[in-house]
Write a protein that binds this ligand. Structure first.
Ligand code: ATP
Length: 471
């Protein structure tokens, strides 16, 4: 929702192609499908297929492990999407969660005024309800005149219960954070946590974006992973720096190339209504350098507003001074869909002419998805060299055993080279090949996705081998 003061970078042809290739791979291999496709699709809505849901779950698992499981001072929450409508008054969303909208009077296309100015490298400083300056007041599609800037509220409205009048109106949450603030007091009392402590939540959020696009980068329904860290105000700068650093490291640790990541501080004129200080972690997407996650110092805006609107005392006791105060909040707010896209873009590797030289088909371009092992949707593929019954039997036994611990694929169709490449393309770190020698020596060949090194491993030791490699 924020206005951005940065300049958009033109995308090169090859970068555009990269995006197209990733979108096509996602559809072809079952990571992501356009939503409602048999009905012609629903614009900017996507469904995560069998591989996409695994990748998404693995990202969430890693975030939860880092933010909740491994930290004594952070606890988890799963709050409801539908909440009391007063929450959105208190949070400022009813009044301030808007984007500046203009329409073309001629072709009727709709644009975000701040985005139009950005593409012209102009700092987006304008007053809503006025027209853009004469030179800027042209439709980028047809050159037609644009309407005055209007503020458009991004919250989805719906009705609760049988009556469809104003009193029954509620909203789909545009962020998960508010569910955390309204549970702050209950969680503090039930867990006996002392300041500083955090509450983390993963969940769906909804925004009626004016210009969704760039695949899953900007959609109207998406998932967030947010953590609110409640602190004493005097420690705000210290914890802000701490979380800024931690969050960047999380992406690097899971395989994103540091060169593709950047910090960007929000200018005063683009700060959201709640933020005192805000930094984005940006990723160099093929279409633009854009936000992955925001780190915000929200001050006491949220708790003071909820205290005022609910009438509940949300203050805590300062053990040193024995005075009561409202905790301040440092927020880390990331999107799962955006980080999933960044992980895909970073992992996508094309090898011209292929990596192996033993068969004719390897002259083709090979695609390897070099995802971190922790994120890879499938960890191990079990591949019998032929469909002979005795080989399939041993292979099935290995598959059954390994799939107790790991997400595995079983594939016995086509030549082994093709099967390896199919697994490389979806990022499977290991392939286990069962051949005729396996029946004699009770060993299988394990092939590594990245090095293509092959090792003979005893079937009896295969589970220990993978526990060592994957855990
Ligand atoms: P933008 O400026 O790109 O609209 P924002 O500053 O409004 O983003 P926040 O309100 O800080 O975003 O939301 C936190 C995170 O949620 C973002 O960093 C992003 O990863 C994710 N997010 C926000 N809006 C969307 C969306 N429409 N589609 C997908 N992810 C989103």
């Amino acid at each position: 929702m924020s206005l951005k003061g940065k300049k958009k970078q033109p995308s090169s042809q090859s970068e555009n192609n990269k995006m197209e290739k990733i979108v096509s791979l996602c559809k072809r291999r079952g990571f992501i499908f356009p939503s409602s496709e048999i009905y012609g699709g629903l614009s900017s809505s996507y469904d995560y297929g069998p591989l996409g849901v695994e990748l998404k779950n693995n990202i969430k698992k890693e975030w939860w492990k880092e933010m909740v499981q491994q930290r004594d001072e952070i606890v988890g929450l799963d709050s409801a999407i539908l909440m009391h409508p007063k929450i959105w008054e208190a949070s400022g969303h009813l009044e301030g969660f808007t984007d500046p909208l203009v329409d073309c009077k001629f072709c009727k296309k709709r644009f975000r005024a701040d985005h139009l100015l950005e593409t012209k490298s102009i700092k987006p400083e304008f007053q809503p309800a006025t027209s853009l300056k004469k030179d800027d007041n042209k439709c980028p599609e047809c050159g037609g005149e644009l309407t005055k800037v209007r503020n458009f509220n991004l919250m989805f409205k719906t009705f609760m219960g049988v009556l469809e009048d104003k009193s029954a109106q509620i909203y789909l949450r545009p962020e998960t954070a508010q569910g955390i603030y309204v549970n702050f007091e209950s969680i503090r009392l039930t867990t006996n946590k002392k300041i500083p402590f955090g509450i983390a939540q993963i969940g769906k959020a909804f925004r009626n974006e004016i210009t969704p696009g760039n695949f899953i980068f900007r959609t109207r329904e998406f998932e967030q992973m947010e953590m609110q860290y409640f602190i004493h105000p005097k420690e705000a700068a210290k914890y802000f720096e701490y979380w800024k650093k931690q969050r960047l490291e999380w992406y690097i640790n899971l395989g994103l190339n540091r060169k593709n990541l950047k910090y960007r501080e929000h200018q005063k004129n683009e700060l959201a209504h709640y933020a005192k200080v805000a930094w984005d972690i940006e990723y160099n997407f093929p279409f633009d350098q854009s936000e992955l996650e925001g780190i915000h110092n929200r001050g006491d805006f949220d708790l003071s507003r909820h205290q005022q609107y609910s009438g509940k005392d949300l203050k805590v006791l300062d053990e040193e001074t024995k005075k009561e105060y409202l905790p301040h909040i440092i927020e880390t707010s990331g999107g799962i869909d955006r980080s999933l896209l960044a992980f895909l873009v970073d992992a996508y590797t094309e090898i011209e002419g292929g990596r192996t030289t033993t068969t004719k088909s390897t002259k083709e371009m090979e695609v390897v998805l070099k995802l971190d092992k922790r994120l890879a949707p499938v960890k191990i593929a079990v591949l019998p060299l032929s469909k002979k019954e005795n080989l399939e039997k041993v292979s099935q036994e290995i598959y059954t055993k390994l799939s107790q611990q790991y997400m595995c694929h079983y594939d016995s169709t086509q030549a082994i080279g093709r099967r390896y490449r199919r697994q490389d393309e979806i990022g499977t770190p290991y392939c286990v090949t069962v051949d005729f020698d396996s029946l004699e020596d009770k060993k299988v060949t394990v092939r590594d996705r990245d090095t293509m090194k092959q090792e003979r491993i005893a079937i009896a030791e295969i589970m220990d081998y993978f526990i060592n490699k994957l855990n």
